[in-house]
Each structure stands twice: as structure tokens, then as C-alpha cells.
Design a protein around this ligand. Sequence first.
Ligand code: NDP
Length: 446
Amino acid sequence: MNAYTSRVLEGLKTRNAHEPEFIQAATEILNSISPVFDKHPEYEAASLLERFVEPERVIIFRVPWIDDQGKAQVNRAYRVQYNSAIGPYKGGIRLHPSVNLGILKFLGMEQILKNSLTGLPIGGGKGGCDFDPKGKSDNEVMRFCQSFMTELFKYVGADTDVPAGDIGTGAREIGYMYGQYKRITGLYEGVLTGKGLTYGGSLGRKQATGYGLCYFVKNMLEANGKAIEGQTVLVSGSGNVAIYAAEKITEMGAKVVAMSDSNGYVYDANGINLAVVKQIKEVERGRIREYAARVPGSVYTEGCKGIWNIPCDIALPCATQNELDGEAANALVANGCYAVGEGANMPSTLEATEIFLQNDVLFAPGKAANAGGVATSALEMSQNSMRLSWSFEEVDEKLKGIMKGIFTQCAAAAKEYGDKPTNYVIGANIAGFLKVAEAMMAQGVV
Ligand code: NDP
């Protein structure tokens, strides 16, 4: 790492010592983009990196709501408007008890580069709240979402900041938030993406992150003389990203043998029956353990980390950050896994990523591999602006093209700057960063 990048990283660590996930993401990104500053000394003179690592704005607010017992509850919510150099802020809303500012800053910084990689005009942002939708009634979720939007509406808009879903925020939550935004502002505009199909949502958005992940992995395997057909796959998580990654990779001819949630995982040697998973997770909002009770021959094991001990060819971590550590990475490598595609954001620890790269595992980093979701959100924005709807096939074709474009950019930057042409971590970080850096330079010190 060159002296400038190292100095900025040290300063960031000191100022944000209580935000480990943010430091982790920043360390990986700054390590990767360091060579850019050797080529561009003018960036240091403009304090470009100091500005890049600091969010343009962070909004923190309380969310009071009344539970079904009539008691007032209070949660803490955030919106991190990180970087608007290439477009309006864009990034999801996470509803999970673990949410804090450090986690949202890590997600926001990743989002800047991810959005840049899509080639679409969207800046980086992220938001969320420590509210847990799990176990709450629909009415409680609605009251929470309405209260949340009653504050957030002041800071978002179709041309300023366009939030979307993330962990805990699905179609139901987006619907309640959109209704409240419309009621307060009177505007029928594309302020949120991931909307329902009857009120401005895009066909293909629900599937986009998972499908996009598979398109990226397919491009990566083909570039390295391999194919998805006939391969055995592990998919962690059983939420939006996991379900549609499993669906597409199965369609491509692979066999998914395990899926999980935060309590444990199911193993099904015959291949996971996705209709059962969808019924449990999308319809009943149940637990993955129920799969074993419904599908003969499958086995449920308590504890989600054990999933990585199952032999596989391809692993798709699609649950949450740091779900795959060094021990899990070693187990995967020892069992013959040769490709990893990150559906979640930063699911692999720095140590795990290092192990994959050292062992020549083909590694698709989340900010590139899971960018299909936000890319399709941007397509939803376009459709809203144009007041029209594209067919599923049109959206899916565009998504395929975008994922191919992202892979091509990552591979080209890895070739130019990386220690090896398959270091897509360096490739994704540099390709994403260059466009943002150029826009920031052109816009002056702002
Ligand atoms: P969902 O809420 O739909 O699903 C999350 C899944 O991950 C659930 O199965 C959940 O299990 C599991 N999970 C959550 N927290 C943990 C934990 N601490 N340990 C183990 N498992 C956990 O979220 P998404 O599918 O939308 O998001 C998954 C990941 O993908 C996140 O990292 C998100 O940021 C990323 N992502 C999502 C995009 C999208 O379009 N939705 C776009 C790009 C990235 P449980 O039910 O037990 O909590």
C-alpha cells in the first residue's frame, strides 16, 4: 500500500475505532485501490481519498411506534448518504436488530463502488434501523414503517435518494413505506425501488440479485474454462437473494444441496426443493428447519456455520456479513470447492478472502457479483421516469448484459492492476473506484 492510502486508512481507523465492519470494508477497498494513486498523484493533491471515505451526510433519527399491546416502542434509524458524484444516492434499507452506524457505513461504501460498476447513474447510500420485523404482526410492521417514513421522507426523493430493500425489508415493508411517502408528499414518484408490480415495481426486481449473481458466476467460470452444469452448490441464507440464486443456478443445471437461516441449515442430497423453501420462507415466514419435516431424506442441523463443511464445487454465501470465516474457507478448499460467488455483502471475512485467493479459488466479490439487484432497481427508476413497464424478458436481458459488463470490467482491471488476472477483488474495487474518482475530480472540491 502506498504512503498516501496508508495514511488515510490509519486516520480512518483512529476516527472510527468502534466500527469494525466499516474498518474491515475500508481496509479491503483501500488496499485494492492503492495502485490507482501511484498513477494519479493529482488525486492526493485534491484530498480525493479523504473525501471518498467520509459520507457526505448521515441522518440519525428515532422511530416511535405503538405495538399491539398499546405500548410505545422506540427504535433508532439511519440514512447514510455516502457519495452522489455519479448520481442520486441509492442503496437499501436494512431492518435487523444488529443494525448500527458502522454496519451501514460499510454497506454504504461498498454500495458506491457497486453502483458505479453497474454503469448506471446512481450514487451510493444505505439506511436501516435496529427494528426486527421477525415475530411482529403486519399491523406492527405497518405502524413502524409509517413512522420511519414520516421522518425519512424529508431526505429522500426520486432525484435525490432512492432507497430499496435489504435484510428484513421486502415487498411488504416497501409497500407500507411507499404508501406513507405518497400520503405525506402527495407525490407518485419512484422514491423507492422493489415496489409491488401494481404500483410501479419492475418485473424481475425480486429475482435480480440472485439471478445476477448466477450470471456473474457463469461469466467468471466460462472465462476460466469451467461450466456450472452438473456442479454441486451450497447456498447460505434462505431470504430473497438466496432463494433466487438457488433458483437460477438450478435452472443452469447445477444441484443445490444445502440452504440455511440464522438458526441452522438443511442438507438435501437430492437437491433442494425450492417450492418448499418458498412456501416456508415467502408465504409462511417460517424457519428453514421446517424443510426437513416436509421433505423426506433431508436433514436439519442446528447452527448455520456448519453448512460450509459440506463438500461442494461452488459456494454462494447469500445471508449476511462475515458469515464465512477463515475456518470455513479452509474447509471449503479442503473439500474441493473451486468457486465462490458472494450474494451477500461482505459475507467472507478478510482472512477467508485471502485463503480463497491464495488457493486459486475463483472468487466473485459481492460488490460485483450481487450488483444485479441495484442495477435492476435503477431499471425500475428508468421505467418510473418514463411511465412505462418493460416485460420480464426485457429486464432479464438487460440484467444479463449488465452482469457481463461488470465481469468484463473486473477482469480488465484485475489484469491491469492485480497480482494475477483472476484477482476480481482488486478488479472490482478499482473498476468501481475509477469512475467515481473521475467524477469527483471533475466536480471540484465538494
Ligand atoms: P433477507 O432478509 O431476505 O434474507 C436474509 C437471510 O439471511 C435470511 O435467511 C436470514 O435468516 C439470513 N441471516 C440474516 N442475518 C443472519 C445472521 N446474522 N447469520 C446467519 N444468517 C443470517 O435478506 P436479503 O436476501 O435481501 O439479503 C441477504 C444479503 O444480500 C445481505 O447481505 C444483503 O445486504 C445482500 N444484498 C441484498 C440485495 C437485495 O436485492 N435484497 C442486493 C444486494 C445485496 P433469518 O431469517 O434467520 O434471519
